[in-house]
Ligand binder design. Sequence first.
Ligand SMILES: *[C@@H]1O[C@H](CO)[C@@H](O)[C@H](O)[C@H]1NC(C)=O
Ligand SMILES: *[C@@H]1O[C@H](CO)[C@@H](O)[C@H](O)[C@H]1NC(C)=O
Ligand SMILES: *[C@@H]1O[C@H](CO)[C@@H](O)[C@H](O)[C@H]1NC(C)=O
Ligand SMILES: *[C@@H]1O[C@H](CO)[C@@H](O)[C@H](O)[C@H]1NC(C)=O
Ligand SMILES: *[C@@H]1O[C@H](CO)[C@@H](O)[C@H](O)[C@H]1NC(C)=O
Ligand SMILES: *[C@@H]1O[C@H](CO)[C@@H](O)[C@H](O)[C@H]1NC(C)=O
Length: 693
Amino acid sequence: MSCLQTSSLLLCVVAAAAMPTVPWRVRCPPQCVCQIRPWYTPRSVYREAATVDCNDLFISSVPRDLPEGTQTLLLQSNNIARLEQSELDYLRNLSELDLSQNSFSHVRDLGLKDMPQLLSLHLEENQLSELPDGSFPGLGNLQELYLNHNQLRSIAPRAFAGLGGLLRLHLNSNLLRTLDSRWFQMLPSLEILMIGGNRVDAILDMNFRPLSNLRSLVLAGMNLREISDYALEGLRSLESLSFYDNKLADVPKRALQQVPGLKFLDLNKNPLQRVKQSDFTNMLHLKELGLNNMEELVSIDQFALINLPELTKLDVTNNPKLSFIHPNAFHHLPQLETLMLNNNALSALHKQTVESLPNLQEISIHSNPIRCDCVIRWVNSTDTHIRLIEPQSTLCAEPPDLRRRHIRDVPFREMTDQCLPLISAQSLPSRLEVAHGDNVSLHCRALAEPDPEIYWVTPSGAKLVPFGAGGRYRVHSEGTLEIRGVAPAQAGLYTCVAHNLLGADTRSVRLLVNHSFPLGRAGLQLAVADAQPFHVLLAWKPPLNAVSSNLTWSSSPPGARAGSARLPTGTRSYNITRLRPGTAYRACLRVALADSRAEVSCVSARTREASPGRGLPGGRRGLLTALALCLLLLLVGAALGTRRGAGEPPRGAPRAVRVLYPLHPALGGQPWARGQRGGHLLAVEVQEAPPDC
Ligand SMILES: *[C@@H]1O[C@H](CO)[C@@H](O)[C@H](O)[C@H]1NC(C)=O
Ligand SMILES: *[C@@H]1O[C@H](CO)[C@@H](O)[C@H](O)[C@H]1NC(C)=O
Ligand SMILES: *[C@@H]1O[C@H](CO)[C@@H](O)[C@H](O)[C@H]1NC(C)=O
Ligand SMILES: *[C@@H]1O[C@H](CO)[C@@H](O)[C@H](O)[C@H]1NC(C)=O
Ligand SMILES: *[C@@H]1O[C@H](CO)[C@@H](O)[C@H](O)[C@H]1NC(C)=O
Ligand SMILES: *[C@@H]1O[C@H](CO)[C@@H](O)[C@H](O)[C@H]1NC(C)=O
């Protein structure tokens, strides 16, 4: 059987049942075993081979008088350091010679000058350190050469001269620092090349160009940081490519465009942070893609995979920070059948993601911190016939009262179709230390229904919106904040706000630059920007590193309606409405700071008298507003009532809610997960007394 293991992708050419071995009745050297054994040629053709097995004998030379008809000679795990020409040249039918795990340190000690019958030569796990020009003379029909796990530091340009028929070459796990395309000029037939596990810094353009018949290339464990755009040029027949365990921070998308026949691609174990828009585009024959075991992967962005008409399996598992897959991450993947997403940090997978895959048969999302709210309700919809892999381990992690429930048992039908944004905890660290001059990327992602909008707030309270930010700052529409060449002046608290019409969620990152983090200075000042009969506009400059603000107001003396509002960071003004004309009010703003201190500033204001000319219509307007509010209250009250099974909200509880909460039945009509998460903020204003109905 000829199988090619490229970490997770297995390419098997033939898999036939093993044939029994039978004794080969010849004069067998002492301690060796002579048998007729099943054997596959390097082209995976089944044969039977007269085999002499002298493995593991601690011998330091080849046994004498081997049977002349020997086809396979196994000398693995011995202590042989030299082989004379005469020791083997009488074996005119020898097709496979295994000298792995011996003591060869120079190819010149390998007396194999003229063995045109030899197809397969194993020299792995010896001590070879260099290959001079013409290292393998007289092996014109050799098809497989195993040189892996030696100490090869240098290979001469013509080392492989004369091996024009070689199909498979293993050079992995040596000490090579560069790859030379001249080696490959000698190997026009090569189909499989394993060259991983060498400390090669970069692969040069056209490095593999002579290998137009190569089908499989394994570049695993090489410390590769970058793949140049033309590195894979010329690999016209390449079907399987592995970059397993390298240092690639970006998908080498231009290089991949050079190998249009690619079917299997393994990018596992690379420090990608995001799979970005068009990272995988128009790879017309790609069947399987692996993006597993990436410590840094946070997000799969919008249109990350586009037009992969033959992709059937996508493996994105064991990525401890992967918390976001954009609803439109996949576009035109008409053949995708299997989507493996287990063991990530996903709180949800959007219905749109699933609906964009017309041929999806099975999906694996177990071992993720799934939040069982409306975003994931498609899982239990009757028109989904997608098989859930391991449903028994597919559990809710949130909300608290559904924790550890099987997702399939959640009564999603009773839920609203709208839900609040929640920023995934794993996508953003709460603290980040960088050096002066670094480029910083902060990834903020949230899923919600309807889709949330995201903005960032700097330590000084400036709002950064996608496409709006300038200078060192750039906010991408999917929520990433980039700070170019960060300076100590940019240290401080950065807050991401994700909001939709239901409310907002925030998460803050303390950014330290060269260990410094600025402390907020005192001096919060709340000011009255405008005072009208029914509203007062307040404004302020946020202090450094504000976490959240809480504005409260009441009339003095008391009598008129009081209220309070929690405001997301970045808010600089607030319009208190529905006030009573000609009344004195006092408002206080309390701003919590990153170092858990707080600043408070209060201001007094008097609403203007309602002007007599506009008194009537104003009063009418007021009446209409009051009527509308009453209606709203009745509706909210009814909703609360039916869900709580009680007529009246408890006494003293806030009655009027300006921004409506999503009322999650599983939470007994309580606002979704209120108070359950640190830093979680709903932009709500609570009026403490209802208008008179
Ligand atoms: C070598 O192989 C040929 C063809 O299979 C066979 O005819 C010949 O007998 C073999 N030689 C020996 C010494 O067994
Ligand atoms: C949805 O969940 C309920 C449990 O509340 C279950 O009885 C029902 O069979 C589920 N429907 C589907 C299609 O899985
Ligand atoms: C930061 O990004 C710029 C532009 O992309 C790049 O030129 C620069 O080398 C990067 N700096 C560091 C320290 O990576
Ligand atoms: C910041 O730290 C880096 C490395 O840690 C150092 O090279 C640099 O000089 C420091 N810069 C300042 C302004 O202290
Ligand atoms: C704001 O602060 C007041 C007084 O400290 C508190 O009673 C109120 O609950 C807070 N409001 C919110 C929405 O957190
Ligand atoms: C404040 O609210 C009132 C009443 O809703 C409105 O008429 C006014 O335009 C608002 N002012 C600002 C600055 O938003």
